[in-house]
Design a protein around this ligand. Structure first.
Ligand code: CU
Length: 209
């Protein structure tokens, strides 16, 4: 999905306002963070359903009402390491995934102000990653990385580009037996850690990418 942000500056103010309004109204249609990928036919998990509800403008399911964002939170939705940036459904966290040679998938965890989590907070998160988007794919555990705010997994020799990775993540504050939140990453190549990265907007993201 590509937005004409850069071109907007060349438009007249009236057209710019119209484009901005279109952006706001169109975003729920195209901002689905969890996409129904082909071949993933199993019933949606609760968190996926609530993402759908948000995307369709419905009230979130009971128990998943997002907290009111703190002042100053959610002002920064830019990747920091050239990776794919997401906001989580709990409205309290952000994350970024990178794929590094030879086969390391690393997830950076951030708070609502996009500050890196502390080591003790990162320890409260856990997750798995699957190669591809099939629920039957083997789940590879994520373990704490060298940097305090990271979780990592080695994917072995099975990474062939383009590759989709499915991250199932429980963020800090989530019950240990809760359904993990699902994030899909599409990598065409290894991450350029100095590159601009990407950001996937979602409904209810207060200050989009
Ligand atoms: Cu945010």
């Amino acid at each position: 999905m590509r937005y004409p942000f850069l071109r907007m500056v060349r438009l007249s103010p009236a057209i710019a306002v119209a484009v901005a309004l279109l952006h706001v109204f169109a975003a729920p249609m195209i901002g689905k963070r969890v996409m129904a990928a082909p071949g993933r036919m199993a019933p949606k998990q609760p968190n996926e359903r609530s993402a759908q509800n948000q995307a369709e403008g419905q009230a979130p399911a009971a128990g998943s009402v997002p907290a009111v964002p703190e002042q100053g939170a959610h002002m920064d939705h830019k990747s920091k390491h050239g990776g794919a940036f997401f906001m989580s459904l709990d409205n309290k966290h952000h994350l970024e995934g990178v794929l590094l040679p030879p086969s390391t998938f690393r997830v950076y965890l951030y708070d609502d102000h996009t500050k890196p989590l502390k080591a003790e907070e990162t320890k409260q998160a856990n997750g798995t990653v699957q190669i591809g988007d099939s629920e039957d794919a083997p789940k590879i555990d994520l373990a704490p990385g060298k940097k305090k705010e990271t979780l990592e997994a080695k994917l072995g020799d099975s990474v062939k580009f383009p590759v989709t990775l499915t991250l199932l993540l429980r963020l800090p504050g989530v019950a240990p037996d809760a359904k993990p939140e699902v994030f899909n990453f599409d990598f065409k190549q290894f991450t350029d850690e100095r590159g601009p990265g990407t950001c996937t907007p979602m409904a209810k993201m207060p200050n989009m990418c």
